[in-house]
Design a protein around this ligand. Sequence first.
Ligand SMILES: [Zn+2]
Length: 242
Amino acid sequence: MIRMLLTASVLIGSVTAASENGTAEVIRSGSPTCKAIAFTFDMCPVRDGAGYDAPLIETLISKRIPATFFLSGRWIATHEAEVRALLAVPFFEIGTHGQVHAHLPMVDADRQRKEIQGPVTLLQTRYGRRAPLFRPPYGEYNDATVEIARALGLRFILWNAVSGDPDPQLSRTRMVDHLKATVHDGSIIVFHANGRGRHTRAVVEDLYQDLVLTRGLKPVTVSTLLDGCEAGQTRDGTEPSH
Ligand SMILES: [Zn+2]
């Protein structure tokens, strides 16, 4: 008698999320039909100085300009009072910017996961704040970066308008002229608020005058730009929404 052994071969496909759902979205701007813009400010770690552009923050608060901040873990660890100050402003939004500001494509996926997760966990455990937006340091990423951010439930936020504010060669006028020419409806603009931007506050004030008050582009957080902006939204002058 021949006994046949039927071997069921169950193939467990190792389907990656990327191939299943398509490439995760790397966001550089909102809809071009949205008459709004997002001012964003990175908090990269600093070795010296205050690491916090207090006059800039005061300007944003006094003019009630909604803004989105991307905090690195190392910056959070050395700026507890400043973190609390930012979290206390209802029209500020907080995202993360890696733990130690590593060049993510240069490290393996495990290290990338730790880098990306670090400040998210810190904000959650120490400050009780979810931070679902992520911006990679230097704007650098590879497929693993995108995949990890998605697995962690983070939105991947870049920009489409560059202030160039850490560049000591750039004058205020040149920065403003460049941004006035490149910012359009739905733009996300990248600045720094860690004290590295020489003219950041002045440039923000100039842009507020030109883009917001004159051109009627409404300043909003990144999340509002992406989720809260109806197509064809009418201009509503200088009153930020609540
Ligand atoms: Zn940075």
